[in-house]
Design a protein around this ligand. Structure first.
Ligand SMILES: [Zn+2]
Length: 335
């Protein structure tokens, strides 16, 4: 690693992270106090940036955050997919392989439509470096690995923000999702010739949804689904993320424009199930649900729909009580 990156991490970012999380204590040998963090790696001078290393890259997952990067930064030259996703719940190896194949197919089609070059990075970060890589908590560092592996290519690389700056938190511990502190992490990982930047740092998810309506490709390619199957399409009602995204599209008044990629008719016939999911997330203090609240309050919702939604939430709470309070994320059900 370069000396500059080493100093930025060991003298700035890591001491701050360590202090906020109580990871190490000062040995105070020199009376200086402080949190002393070392990285054992050979040091190199700044890498000379070659002519033509001016690419602007970003990921190509086609989720809300990812697609917002393309809508907001038309100068993007390269779309990227890195095989660093890992597991969201308890997906089998076969399921993970299907997910990777789906991601590749979708990225090829999308990058071709946008007119950017596609960069594919396969790796054994999952099931190699980590036995079972968890998506939450590791994806930021996986992204950084690939960005720096190709550092002579980039002048700038945008990472889609998972949370806006209101969700900034560096004190959640080692296993917390780095998306909460990427805004600082990436600033310290930027060097003289490469900037790792966050897109949408001031935009909550619901505002990204509103912005995406003006980006026509979102109506053909937006893909948020946690349910991995051979079709690679959004399930619309079998995973919490599809339900949340459809709610966001509905409460901002644009769901009908996304009928090609979501089952809008199912939503209209089963609105109570989606409302129940919104209530459930509110009860959990979910920030995406809180963002939706002012929009949903403005919607006219029949009393019958609200009552049916409450019945579903009560049933879910009772089922959770019967499980001894344990969450059962692997068997998500809209009802
Ligand atoms: Zn889904």
């Amino acid at each position: 690693m370069t000396s500059r990156l080493y100093l930025q991490l060991t003298e700035q970012f890591l001491p701050a992270f360590a202090k906020l999380n109580g990871l190490t204590r000062s040995d105070n040998k020199n009376g200086n106090g402080g949190w002393h963090v070392k990285i054992y790696a050979p040091l190199a001078p700044e890498i000379e940036h070659p002519d033509g290393g001016n690419a602007i890259g970003t990921g190509c997952s086609c989720g809300v955050d990812s697609m917002h990067v393309y809508a907001a930064h038309p100068a993007i030259t390269h779309g990227c997919v890195w095989n660093v996703h890992g597991i969201t719940h308890d997906e089998t190896n076969d399921t993970r392989n299907i997910g990777w194949a789906n991601l590749l197919r979708q990225a090829r089609e999308f990058s071709s439509e946008v007119g950017v070059e596609l960069v594919v990075g396969d790796s054994n970060y999952d099931r190699g470096c980590f036995e079972d890589l968890r998506f939450d908590g590791r994806i930021s560092y996986g992204n950084l690995f690939f960005i720096f592996a190709l550092q002579k290519l980039w002048s700038r690389y945008y990472v889609a923000s998972g949370y806006d700056i209101a969700g900034f938190d560096m004190s959640g511990g080692l296993l917390s999702d780095p998306a909460h502190y990427e805004w600082v992490l990436f600033a310290f990982c930027s060097l003289s010739y490469i900037t790792v930047a966050i897109d949408g740092v001031d935009r909550p998810r619901i505002e990204k949804i509103v912005a995406l309506v003006k980006y026509p490709l979102s109506k053909r390619f937006l893909n948020v689904c946690w349910n991995i199957n051979a079709t690679g399409r959004n399930c619309s009602y079998l995973c919490a993320k599809c339900m949340r995204t459809m709610l966001e599209l509905w409460c901002t008044g644009v769901l009908d424009q996304y009928g090609t990629i979501f089952d809008v008719q199912y939503f209209k016939r089963h609105k109570h199930e989606y409302l129940a999911e919104y209530y459930r997330c509110l009860l959990h203090g979910d920030e995406y649900a809180r963002e939706m609240r002012p929009y949903i309050r403005r919607k006219k919702i029949a009393l019958r729909v609200k009552v049916l939604a409450c019945v579903i939430v009560i049933k879910k709470i009772l089922r959770k009580c019967l499980r001894g309070g344990r969450r059962d994320v692997s068997r998500f059900s809209p009802r």
